[in-house]
Design a protein around this ligand. Structure first.
Ligand SMILES: C[S@@+](CC[C@H](N)C(=O)[O-])C[C@H]1O[C@@H](n2cnc3c(N)ncnc32)[C@H](O)[C@@H]1O
Length: 286
């Protein structure tokens, strides 16, 4: 439960060189709020990061303290500011072909074993700006072509990254991670206003959809998937949150479906339903 009663918005604020300090009690308010809303645990070590990311909102509103900004963002009439707060406090690093072994596994093990004509439904469950979903799209276009039925759903709780994912304009440097033959067939070089950008061909974009979804909130009728990528997001969750999420993930996977987590993540002592196939790749039994 968030208790903001004891924090005075005036006391203890030191304003030096036009910057505002965040007090421990103020940091805790944001930390508890993020945990309640989206399950992200911000440890005290993240205090400077929170301060740095939110300072521009204090300036935007000419506020004197982080408590004032907390009150403004949590005001019932202001859901837009709450979304901006969530957007600012999530970490969205991603890139094409990140943790390449997963895509090698899809190409070399999974696709050759697919029944002819079987459709594929894939979920990139913390998609960030979309590179994971488009990496999969390039791979499937290459391996299965467009006559086969395959679709990819990307979801995230951050509205800004979803906008980027839908726009699919990436800096040209991101091309370095994409194999040349894929670049030639599935990527377009921006011209004019889009010079220096890279975008995805329409043939891929038609197969990839992005939607807002809080992994720790209601999911609506998402249905089941053949493959789920839940990579590099569980690192922000504590053990009870991971447990609850993994039980739901198991249900969202079709029997025989595959589940991918980040290489630095583990299901050890958190879930024993999934069967380990290789490090960071799991399966729901048929
Ligand atoms: C580090 S990125 C990982 C992106 C991609 N999966 C990868 O491995 O490259 C983590 C993403 O998880 C999202 N995220 C954090 N908490 C979330 C939640 N409760 N529900 C949905 N997405 C969340 C963040 O907004 C961020 O875009």
């Amino acid at each position: 439960m968030i208790n903001s009663e004891n924090i005075s918005s005036a006391a203890g604020i030191s304003e030096t060189n036009n910057t505002v300090d965040i007090r421990d009690r103020e940091f805790r308010l944001f930390s508890e709020l993020m945990y309640e809303r989206i399950g992200v645990y911000l440890s005290p070590a993240k205090k400077d990061l929170v301060r740095g990311r939110l300072l521009k909102r204090l300036r935007h509103y000419h506020l004197a303290s982080f408590k004032d900004y907390f009150d403004l963002a949590t005001c019932k009439d202001n859901p837009q500011e709450m979304q901006i707060l969530v957007d600012l406090l999530t970490t969205n690093e991603t890139y094409f072909f990140r943790e390449e072994k997963h895509f090698d596994f899809v190409r070399d093990t999974l696709i050759p074993a697919l029944d002819a004509g079987k459709s594929l439904r894939i979920w990139s469950a913390a998609s960030s700006t979309g590179e994971e979903a488009y990496t999969l799209a390039m791979l499937l276009a290459d391996q299965l072509g467009f006559a086969r039925q395959w679709t990819i759903l990307g979801t995230d709780v951050n509205s800004q990254v979803l906008e980027c994912a839908r726009r699919a304009h990436y800096p040209m440097e991101s091309a370095q991670k994409i194999p040349k033959s894929y670049l030639q067939r599935y990527c377009l070089k921006g011209v004019g206003d889009y010079a220096g950008k890279l975008t995805m061909d329409d043939s891929l974009r038609k197969r990839v959809q992005f939607k807002p979804l809080n992994l720790n909130g209601p999911w609506g009728g998402l249905g089941q998937f053949d493959l789920i990528f839940l990579r590099n997001v569980m690192i922000y969750f504590d053990v009870p949150t991971k447990r609850r999420l993994l039980e739901r993930m198991y249900q969202a996977l079709k029997p025989g479906g595959y589940f991918f987590i980040g290489h630095s993540e583990s299901l050890h002592a958190v879930n024993d339903q999934f069967k380990l196939v290789q490090p960071s790749v799991y399966r729901r039994e048929c």
